[in-house]
Design a protein around this ligand. Sequence first.
Ligand code: 3PG
Length: 397
Amino acid sequence: LRTIKDIEIDEKRVFIRCDFNVPKDEFGNITDDRRIRSALHTIRYCIDRGCKIILASHYERPEPGKYEEKYSLRPIAKRLHTLLKIKNELYMANDVVGPDAKEKASKLQEGDILMLENLRYEAGETANDETFAKELASFADVYINDAFGACHRKHASIYAIAMQFDKDHKAAGFLLSKEVNFFGKVLESPIRPFIAVVGGSKVSGKLQALNNLLNKVDKVIIGGGMAFTFLKAQGYEIGKSLVEDDLIGEARDIMEKAHSLGVKFYLPVDFVVAPEFSENTAVKYLPSQEIPHDWMGLDTGPASSRLFREVLNDAQTIIWNGPMGVYEMDKFSKGSIMMSHHIAETHATTIVGGGDTADVAQRAGDVDEMTFVSTGGGASLKLIEGVKLPGIEALEN
Ligand code: 3PG
């Protein structure tokens, strides 16, 4: 994988795709700026070489065409400027490839930065649309991908745009290259037992990954919103908990595959349940078998925590991806915080993947105890599966 050091960028217009999809609290404050800090190395390298820098990222999943303020990259640009500690300007465009972005880009001086608005405001981004990619590409002479966390998405700013540049005008940034090297080394021959802890609520995105992971790992622990799809597949009553009914069959197949491969598969044995999704709601701690039909599970309970600690005890390699519950609310954060502690306390090589999971480890005060905190959630899972990430494929193509 060619990196930014392998190509000529001095005083050029450089487009850097970052992943600034950072966690925020309900007031819109950034709760973990790791993904922004991780981008600094590449950006500073470009500033030092007198480049005119165009930064682009997606943020969450807005409806394309609707410029809703809550999805704007403006607060992220502000935080980035503070972290960079530079005199040069950091301009914010009001659009992605519209007249404002174009005008501001044309006025950039050496070392200046322009941040485009949220790429997903434009429908062409997730559609991997070539026309949109060409518009993005027209901002720059060189394309740098430093968005490890988004490299598993075949989107215009990740894939189609890279096809617009020849091999001497595109490369990986420092973050992307560090992540890929780390996973390459660990996965070459992981020390066993190798355990995957998978949580979070993006069930649909993760089932395929889980299916392939079964060929690599010795044990799997499931937590978070995705646990309910598995529990329902086993015939449990899960009340109003988050579930993806159309994926129940797939969840059942995964459990059967785990069984036939001898991979140990662990689901939560209890939950913190509540009648509604709110900070002030009443809660109960109940076994997985006893979730009332009009209540929902919002965090894994204390018995699950104890079980998971036992399961992790002999681990030599752990990959953790996705929180155990709605950790943003104090009442439902214990399962995730305890998971972070359990993982940090092992002697294993510990890899934490994804914005939210890193945020949990940060809140738990465990970040320094982890071997590697990856900025990629879905992307790191795909790498572990052994899948070539579209973002990397496009750089090499
Ligand atoms: C992530 O947070 O995993 C990446 O930024 C990708 O976001 P997405 O799942 O919305 O594509």
